[in-house]
Write a protein that binds this ligand. Structure first.
Ligand code: SF4
Length: 318
């Protein structure tokens, strides 16, 4: 509460600018809690895609990292998309380049290529389809190919491989350092300290961590699970900001976390959001040919998972 009082004037300024500029603000779950206060929608990568598509606003201010803002632009070529901190990157997205992807395609010519949404626009354009941590298993299951190259996250690829039979999942070598470095020892200690708590883990963690989990899912699914579960206490293993969102969604429950901070996600501040609105910065562009191919990969994902943009996701589209 005290924290929000400190930001009241800035929050009012942002809300007024947002209205004036016919903008919406989309924010990833890992954002700072004060960013939630100005956001029209807070969610995971998949929910943010849906919200971007459903929006009628002319401008989208994207509070997340660069690949997310690029995805919003790819899905909304006619809208102006802004990322308040241009240097908010993603170590996982940057862990693979086109040459490595093409080498994998040459080595496995019959394989479908599925890239995690945490990939650059160029990588998305070069793949058959896209997945998120919410739908990776479903996408892999529904593709007809017996061999599937999943990139860049090897932990997510391994998680998918363990869920489906009769298909060869070929991983790349990337990891999200934030999740990959969360080891089982700290989690076992947290379980000892809170023996009644359910353990919720993000699929970008290593298999020896996933094995300990009561629930594995994307950030939005983690929150849904905690809300619907009969349990009262949860240990959440992912980026540190996530428990703020979970606590907000289920204030009557208790959350503990074993986590790491993603400094790129935290580069978005209220001041930067205000400046993004005020000075129209920093506009995200994706080269039209790249955007067209990446959109086709997204459409394939929507077709496989029968997803439709959910209009209700955006509370106050301008
Ligand atoms: S938490 Fe990992 S995957 Fe997510 S933005 Fe940060 S580095 Fe990228």
């Amino acid at each position: 509460m005290e924290l929000m009082a400190k930001y009241q004037a800035l929050i009012r300024e942002i809300l007024a600018l947002k209205k004036k500029k016919h903008a919406i603000i989309l924010a990833h779950n890992y954002q700072r809690p004060e960013i939630y206060e100005v956001a029209d929608y807070v969610g995971d990568s998949l929910g943010l895609c849906e919200a971007a598509i459903a929006s009628r606003a002319k401008r989208i201010i994207f509070c997340g990292v660069k690949f997310m803002a690029e995805s919003a632009k790819i899905l909304n070529p006619a809208k102006d998309v802004y990322l308040p901190a241009l240097d908010a990157g993603c170590a996982l997205a940057d862990s693979i380049n086109i040459e490595t992807l093409r080498e994998l395609k040459r080595k496995y010519p019959k394989a479908a290529t599925v890239c995690y949404i945490n990939s650059t626009a160029e990588i998305k354009a070069e793949c058959n389809t896209i997945c998120t941590s919410s739908n990776a298993v479903e996408v892999a299951r529904k593709l007809k190919n017996k061999e599937i190259i999943m990139l860049p996250d090897k932990n997510l690829a391994k998680f998918v491989a363990l869920q489906i039979r009769g298909k060869k999942i070929i991983p790349a070598k990337g990891v999200c350092p934030i999740h990959h470095n969360l080891g089982p020892e700290a989690i076992k200690r947290a379980k000892q300290e809170h023996p009644g708590a359910k353990l919720i883990v993000h699929p970008e963690c290593q298999t020896n961590v996933l094995e300990l989990a009561d629930f594995i899912g994307s950030t939005s699914r983690m929150s849904d699970y905690a809300k619907k579960s009969g349990a009262k206490e949860f240990i959440v293993v992912t980026e540190c900001g996530m428990i703020n969102k979970m606590q907000e969604d289920a204030p009557e429950k208790k959350f503990y976390t074993v986590c790491s901070l993603c400094y790129d996600m935290k580069k978005i501040t209220l001041e930067r959001v205000r400046d993004a609105l005020k000075y129209d910065q920093y506009k995200i562009e994706v080269e039209p040919d790249v955007a067209k191919k990446a959109r086709a990969a997204f459409n394939k994902m929507f077709e496989l998972t029968k997803l439709k943009a959910q209009k209700s996701k955006v509370k106050a589209a301008a």
